[in-house]
Design a protein around this ligand. Structure first.
Ligand code: GLA
Length: 384
């Protein structure tokens, strides 16, 4: 894939002289869902599906972008960075360029080809991977230097302010700073993090793609973010907290919040506790305990946070009855996208065959399966 992107660069922009290339993985969250924007703990891994970007500086102000996957070209200038209603893929790159400009950096003209094999709209953070890729590349092309955490924050702002999704910081963090064979335990309030080695014995992670497309900016995500902010504002009248994840006993607010917002807030408080228990289980190599928490997390996302869907529930229910599976849950924002399954590797062929047939019968389409390995975050090189 990387070679194809470089080849495309030569085709579109004439040759491959002076190029930089960045490879940024997608991510799958093991547990800790919908709590990053409330200062919670999350536990993602970066997965071996990548966004590749290849680019070079221009001597004029032109910004010329080419999407390998969409086979589309977009051109503007460094002084004219505007949200695009068609060619939406360009917004994740333009948003990052705009954030560099807002910091007072002089952004040069550039030409970039972007593309990869992180499935789009499947909840594996292809957008964060595009943002971080663009940010790393832009630093190389312009000579601007930035600490990884600063770039991560900048990429999140690009998504919040330019793209219009009020996401937390997990995805940008995971695709930039993950480490191979480890999960990343991140405190989304302090941004402290540590790596937890994945000793999974005979097990591995399998992603099941529902193939149900959903757009993150679609109202549900932003609606949930607003609902839990409303709940937090009410709780702040009684307790000195910055985030819902700091509330010790959510049950005292049962009659002070609407029924719906109480459920949302309860998910956040309980999910945060689950992440810390899960991280300990992982450290102590307690795979069964870890898997059980994955199921509990899914139930909470389904019943309290209400971001699951029939397809995801079907996959989780099937997993529960399948010997060899330790745990399963939706990963990412939900409402479609992927389910992550912790499974004994030797049972994967049977699992995929049986699930595929039943899923097709139920929903009329086949799910897709990605057996993933945990990998390092963004990486760059300057070889043609
Ligand atoms: C999306 C967002 C993240 C996070 C997850 C849900 O992936 O980009 O910030 O909120 O949903 O955990």
């Amino acid at each position: 894939m990387e070679e194809k992107i470089k080849q495309k660069f030569a085709e579109v922009f004439g040759d491959k002289a002076d190029i930089f290339s960045v490879r940024t993985p997608g991510r799958a969250n093991l547990i800790g869902e919908h709590i990053d924007y409330q200062g919670g703990y999350v536990l993602p891994i970066a997965v071996d599906r990548y966004i590749f970007s290849t680019g070079r500086k221009r001597n004029d102000r032109k910004i010329r972008l080419f999407s390998f996957n969409y086979n589309e070209f977009f051109e503007t200038t460094a002084d004219d960075i505007l949200y695009q209603n068609t060619r939406k893929w360009a917004n994740y790159m333009l948003g990052v360029i705009e954030e560099f400009r807002k910091l007072g950096h002089s952004v040069p003209g550039m030409e970039i080809v972007i593309g990869g094999d992180v499935p789009v709209g499947s909840g594996l953070s292809s957008s964060a991977a595009v943002e971080i890729s663009t940010g790393v590349l832009l630093q190389k092309l312009s000579g601007i230097k930035m600490e990884p955490v600063e770039l991560i924050k900048l990429a999140r702002r690009a998504e919040n302010e330019f793209v219009g999704v009020n996401c937390g910081i997990m995805d940008q963090f995971a695709v930039h700073l993950s480490k191979r064979d480890n999960a990343l335990l991140l405190n989304c309030n302090t941004l402290d993090y540590k790596y937890i080695p994945l000793h999974l014995k005979d097990c591995g992670f399998l992603l099941v793609d529902t193939k149900k497309k959903r757009s993150l900016s679609s109202s549900v995500y932003n609606k949930r973010v607003r609902a839990v902010e409303d709940a937090l504002n009410i709780i702040k009248q009684y307790e000195d907290v910055d985030f819902l994840t700091q509330v010790k006993d959510i049950s005292v607010y049962k009659d002070r919040l609407s029924e719906e917002n109480f459920k949302r807030a309860r998910h956040i408080v309980e999910e945060n506790v689950r992440v810390l228990t899960a991280a300990k289980d992982l450290e102590n190599r307690k795979i069964e305990g870890f898997g059980k928490l994955m199921y509990e997390s899914h139930d909470s996302l389904k019943n309290l946070y209400e971001v699951s869907c029939d397809e995801l529930d079907f996959i989780v229910d099937f997993s529960k009855g399948f010997s060899g599976v330790k745990g399963a849950r939706l990963t990412g924002a939900g409402m479609g996208g992927c389910c992550i399954v912790l499974i004994e590797k030797r049972t994967i062929p049977n699992f995929t065959e049986q699930l595929s047939a039943l899923y097709k019968k139920q929903f009329g389409i086949k799910p897709e399966f990605y057996e993933v390995e945990s990998v390092n975050g963004a990486f760059y090189e300057n070889k043609p």
